[in-house]
Write a protein that binds this ligand. Structure first.
Ligand code: COI
Length: 354
């Protein structure tokens, strides 16, 4: 399929101060759109000016949440080139989410090509200051105008771009995390492993209460026993206990993060032991009491590597690594962002030039 390009006649003003970009607030001149119709498959891939979508109020995605999304970034190297980080992994994961949400599969190679064509069109929008990137948000929505609870017969795959800085106001400094004991995010058999709006809708109430209590995000526990650690609001989570790096195993209710996967591969290549297993919140608190909890951090595309400085479980607070960034998180941040920005050798072959 050929991707047609219709350029805007009214280019937007680019943010002048890259240090104040924040996350997901401004959008570029163009977006990618492709349609799906039963019997015809995906068709009409096109890049068009960024702007409102015309949808009937009856559009299915608005009512029953049949939608999936992804998040990845385009980075500007010091030499001015643009790199994507493992874009095929995002498109593969989109297909895993699609399968769960009864949305038709996409062609991974074609969609990576579409991402590259869009980023190429928006080259001038990729920021260059440290810690900034062009955040890409691919998503698919069910577009049938129909109120029955049933998978749609038509869809749109859309990609928008947002020049962004740090997701958290704390930047790379430690974040305070609220251990959630009242609400649950997902259960096995549900949609927890898919990147779909429902997981984020389910998180809002807990997130709001955590923010009211001056915490950055919540740490989710399993939905059945409320005992085992799952993930943090917008990231996967890692603990370093007695030299061992531990992260919850993927058992169906946790998002299989691409940064999580990359961190595990990086650490293992460096000879560190990384264990993917069930880890209870009690084990973390016990390790803190025993003095063996060395550090904890979150991983995510938007969050990158985010050290955890404090946990609060029902009022019982523990401070991790003196509320400073630990050595494992610091080294990972440097290694990962080094590869993403083209500063360090990409020995894994993770980046793709646009
Ligand atoms: C990402 O890290 O890209 C995400 O999708 C998290 C997000 C909901 C901001």
């Amino acid at each position: 399929m050929e991707i047609t390009i219709r350029k805007t006649t009214a280019p937007r003003v680019k943010p002048s101060d890259e240090t104040g970009l924040g996350f997901g607030r401004s959008f570029t001149d163009h977006m990618f759109i492709m349609d799906y119709t039963d019997g015809k498959g995906w068709h009409d891939p096109r890049i068009v000016p960024y702007g409102p979508l015309a949808l009937e109020p009856s559009t299915m995605t608005l009512h029953y949440g049949q939608t999936v999304f992804e998040g990845l970034k385009a980075y500007r190297t010091k030499g001015g080139d643009i790199l994507l980080f493992r874009p095929e992994k995002n498109m593969e994961r989109l297909n895993v989410s699609n399968e769960r949400l009864c949305i038709p599969q996409i062609d991974v190679d074609f969609c990576v090509k579409a991402l590259k064509t869009l980023v190429d069109t928006e080259r001038d929008w990729v920021p260059s200051s440290e810690g900034t990137s062009l955040y890409l948000r691919p998503f698919i929505i069910a577009t049938d105008p129909f109120l029955g609870v049933h998978p749609s017969h038509t869809y749109q795959f859309i990609v928008i771009c947002s020049p962004s800085g740090q997701y958290y106001p704390e930047g790379v400094n430690p974040v305070k995390i609220w251990v959630e004991s009242k609400y649950v995010r997902a259960v096995k058999g549900g949609v927890g492993y898919s990147k779909t709006a429902a997981n984020y809708a389910a998180s809002l109430k807990a997130q709001q209460e955590a923010e009211d209590a001056k915490y950055t995000q919540v740490l989710w526990l399993d939905g059945v026993e409320r005992k085992y650690i799952e993930e943090v609001g917008t990231m996967n989570v890692f603990f370093v206990i007695n030299g061992e790096v531990i992260t919850p195993r993927l058992q169906g209710s946790i998002l299989p993060g691409i940064t999580r996967m990359s961190v595990i591969e990086l650490l293992r290549a460096q000879g560190r032991t990384v264990t993917e297993r069930a880890i209870s919140i009690q084990e973390v608190y016990d390790a803190h009491t025993a003095g063996t909890l060395e550090e904890a951090f979150g991983t995510g595309t938007a969050a990158v590597i985010s050290p955890i400085g404090e946990l609060n479980r029902d009022g019982e607070k523990i401070i991790l690594h003196g509320n400073t960034t630990g050595p494992v998180a610091r080294a990972l941040y440097n290694d990962l962002t080094g590869i993403q920005s083209g500063e360090a050798a990409d020995t894994f072959g993770w980046t793709q030039r646009v």
